[in-house]
Design a protein around this ligand. Structure first.
Ligand code: AMP
Ligand code: ZN
Length: 113
C-alpha cells in the first residue's frame, strides 16, 4: 500500500528503530512508547487490521506469535509482557496496517480497558 505509514517503514522510506526482521515480519520501537519497552510487530504484507485475517493469510499471524516471544526474550522481558492489537475505531486503531504491540518493562495496569 503506497500510502501506508507502516508499509513505508517496512520499505525504509521512513526511518524506524528496527529490532527484528525476517522475510515475513518487521518489528520496530514505537515512536511514543507507553511502557519502557514498547515494540510494534507487523506483517510485511499489508493487512488493514485483525478484521482482514483469513484462512488464506493467517499463517503470518502464527509466525508473528512465534517471533514475539523471541523478541521479548531478547529485550529481557523476563517478568512478562502484554501483546495488544487495536482493531477499528472503538479500539483506537490509528494506523491501518495490522500490528501487535509488545508492552513491557514494568508491571502493567491490571485493567485492560
Ligand atoms: P494503534 O493506535 O494501535 O494503531 O498503534 C499505532 C502505534 O504506532 C502508536 O502506538 C504510535 O505511537 C505508533 N507510531 C506512529 N507513527 C510511528 C512511527 N513513525 N514509528 C514508530 N511508531 C509509530
Ligand atoms: Zn501497510
Amino acid at each position: 500500500m503506497s500510502d501506508c505509514l507502516f508499509c513505508k517503514i517496512i520499505g525504509g522510506e521512513i526511518p524506524s528503530s528496527k529490532v527484528y526482521e525476517d522475510e515475513l515480519v518487521f518489528a520496530f520501537r514505537d515512536i511514543a512508547p507507553m511502557t519502557p519497552t514498547h515494540i510494534l510487530v507487523v506483517p510485511k504484507a499489508h493487512l488493514d487490521s485483525v478484521d482482514a485475517v483469513t484462512p488464506e493469510n493467517s499463517g503470518v499471524v502464527a509466525h508473528i506469535f512465534e517471533v514475539i516471544p523471541r523478541i521479548a526474550q531478547a529485550e529481557g522481558l523476563v517478568n512478562g509482557y502484554r501483546v495488544v492489537s487495536n482493531c477499528g475505531p472503538d479500539a483506537g486503531q490509528t494506523v491501518k496496517h495490522l500490528h501487535f504491540h509488545i508492552l513491557g518493562g514494568k508491571p502493567l495496569a491490571t485493567e485492560m480497558a
